[in-house]
Design a binder for this molecule. Structure first.
Ligand SMILES: [Zn+2]
Length: 89
């Protein structure tokens, strides 16, 4: 059996950020969270709920989904990060 990335198994952005103790705040299509990539004291990270795309309004870090965020946060490579998130079969 071929193994690989299963995008549909990625957690939602809401679930992912809750799981790492940094829940999304606010409501609407874009929400806020603390940015772990600079000394954030107010939620500067904007996260698009539907896709998990993110952008920090202070340090400028950005990416397209929770996997990209997880890779940045942990320094893990694609496959290891996908495994962490249950999206590697
Ligand atoms: Zn930042």
């Amino acid at each position: 059996m071929k193994s690989g990335f299963v995008r549909s198994a990625l957690p939602s952005s809401v679930r992912y950020f809750e799981a790492i103790g940094n829940p999304l705040r606010g409501c609407g299509a874009w929400r806020n969270a603390l940015c772990p990539f600079h000394g954030d004291t107010r939620p500067s990270l904007r996260v698009r709920v539907e896709t998990g795309a993110f952008r920090c309004m202070v340090c400028g870090i950005h990416g397209g989904d929770v996997l990209a965020f997880h890779m940045r946060r942990t320094g893990k490579r694609f496959a290891d990060a996908a495994r962490d998130l249950g999206a590697w079969a």
